[in-house]
Design a protein around this ligand. Structure first.
Ligand code: PLP
Length: 410
């Protein structure tokens, strides 16, 4: 368990947490923090300044660019630093529309992160046609339907590499091949993939790829957009000449330095993720499914090795999460951005999971810093938490059974 100090009023409270929400954000790696500190404290020059104090910051930026490029098999010149995954996603969509004025259609999926879906919805209000492809009950796409949905005026196809709620992985290389064959640009939101899957953007054949630093043990406030060499590109933010004219705004030097160091660590730790972390996730999932009645896993294979989304029938996820929170366990009911909204997850709805069941789904997402003891801690408490909530439910589980059966997977 990691020891964190929470500032609370005047007191500092020592608090043990079991963190199972690594798809929402991740703990900063101490190595990344150490690499950043000199650029926060000492070398604060503007990387665009010509004097050597600025050049020092620019050099750190370029070193980090090489490291993040290596993480995705790209060359440094193909990396544009941004402020977050959301900005990278918007930039890719807007660039495709701006560089191809005759093309006013976007093709994406119903299970993208709101950073894509909401922006597509606002583009629809500006007259852009958007197709949101459905998924099946396992969360998979029909690639024949994808190909059939490409139109002569399709400016870009945007499909995430891995889903943040279920961990379901999409066949990005096959989608890229379809897009190449049909001469359509392809963007993938790979925010959940680095450190969990080996990534090679040029080999996969994508034109644009989004990453966000805070999902791989680097700080919040930094992201990147991979823009394949010789791809037509229009900046989203206009202004200064930063990022070789591709993204205006002074770069977050320290954050980017942390991003670079975290990218190196992510590559070194890929085997650990695929063995130790995967085994912990599997143990957590299998034990929950076998010891807590009326549970099932959401999302088929292939799946990220760290993610487990579980439906607990006859309870509300919010109640489960509050009870876990009191025990110091952090998990989630879907993407953090929809927390607090009463609507069931759009991802689970798209998989045909009815609102009754979707409201009882909890996502556990593991990471490098999780331990077997933390898994034990969840397993020690969760069955009682669920049993207590079910017993306290206004209607008994039995009374709700018929409705639940009707609301199940299709
Ligand atoms: N895309 C996916 C798949 C995500 O999971 C997230 C964050 O949860 C984002 C985009 C948004 O990233 P950011 O928080 O860096 O804007």
């Amino acid at each position: 368990m990691q020891n964190v100090v929470l500032p609370q009023g005047a007191d500092m409270i020592e608090h043990n947490i079991c963190y199972f929400d690594n798809n929402a954000t991740t703990r900063i790696a101490p190595e990344a923090l150490d690499a950043m500190i000199p650029y926060l404290r000492d070398f604060y020059g503007n990387p665009s300044s010509a004097y050597s104090f600025g050049v020092r910051a620019a050099k750190a930026l370029e070193e980090a660019r090489e490291k993040v490029a290596a993480l995705i098999g790209a060359t440094p010149g193909e990396i544009v630093f941004t402020s977050c995954g959301t900005e990278s996603n918007h930039t890719a969509l807007e660039s495709a529309l701006a560089t191809q004025p005759g093309k006013r259609h976007l093709l994406t999926t119903a299970v993208e992160h709101p950073a894509i879906i909401k922006h597509c919805e606002s583009l629809q209000k500006q007259g852009v046609a958007v197709t949101f492809l459905p998924v099946d009950s396992a969360g998979a796409l029909d690639l024949r339907l994808l190909e059939q949905s490409i139109r002569p005026d399709t400016a870009m196809v945007s499909v995430m590499w891995a889903n943040n709620e279920t961990g379901v992985i999409f066949p990005v290389d096959e989608i890229a091949a379809i897009c190449r064959h049909r001469h359509v640009l392809f963007h993938t939101d790979a925010t959940q993939a680095p450190g969990r899957l080996a990534l090679d953007a040029p080999k996969a054949g994508v034109d644009f790829l989004t990453l966000s630093a805070h999902k791989l043990h680097a700080p919040k406030g930094t992201g990147l957009l991979y823009v394949r060499r010789r791809t037509k590109f229009q900046p989203y933010l206009a202004g200064g000449h930063q990022e070789r004219g591709r993204r205006a705004g002074t770069e977050n030097v320290a954050g980017i330095v942390g991003f670079g160091r975290a990218a190196e660590l992510a590559m070194e730790r890929l085997t650990d993720m695929d063995t130790r972390v995967r085994a912990m996730r599997d143990r957590l999932e299998k034990t929950i499914l076998s010891t807590v009645p009326d549970t099932r896993r959401n999302g088929g294979e292939p799946r990220l090795p760290n993610t487990s989304n579980i439906a607990f029938d006859f309870v509300e996820a919010e109640g489960v999460l509050m009870a876990l929170d009191q025990l110091g366990i952090c998990a989630s009911s879907g993407s953090a951005c929809t927390t607090g909204s009463l609507n069931p997850s759009h991802v689970l709805s798209a998989m045909g999971i009815g609102p009754e069941r979707a409201k009882g789904c909890v996502r556990f997402s593991l990471g490098y810093y999780n331990t077997q003891a933390e898994v034990d801690c969840v397993l020690a408490h969760l069955p009682q938490v669920i049993a207590r909530l079910r017993a306290a439910a206004p209607e008994s589980a039995a009374a709700r059974q018929p409705a639940m059966a009707a609301a199940g997977h299709h």
